[in-house]
Write a protein that binds this ligand. Sequence first.
Ligand code: FES
Length: 177
Amino acid sequence: MTQTAADASQSVQTNPKQSQDRRWRSVNRTIRLNGNQPDALIETLHAVQESFGYIDLDAMQYVARELTVPLSRVYAVATFYHYFTLKPPGDHTCVVCMGTACYIGGSTAILDSIHEGFGISPGETTPDGKVSLLTARCLGSCGLAPAAVFDGEVAGKLDAATVVEKIARWADHDSES
Ligand code: FES
């Protein structure tokens, strides 16, 4: 049921178009609904951001290819809008899904607990640079709601305590090493 960052990045290198990764399927749905039109660039980048929490170079290259727009234009748009994040700045990344199913399932309580425990809101990184917190609209895993992605690994049926514990382990583990 889980999907690792390695799986996700591998799907970027191979063919996201045929990927079984639900996040890519969500991006591909947006591309398809817009008929692969270059005009759909911003909407497609939104889909990538919402699905993955950020837009990396592999994703930009894929979008450029699928919409037949120059990579330079994709990069220009992705860097122009503050909404888009090219890379999570923290050593670890937690993307909390705020889609309808996850919202109903308690994702707001999860965000509140992260804020209480680590003092960060969505889009922020802990002062020590260890953890970045992002949100997504839907990870495509609604059956697992509430869901989040920890360093590229999708986890579901979460509660606030489990998420806080997971993030705390990152901090503890890193401070030991
Ligand atoms: S709403 Fe959270 S995975 Fe779909």
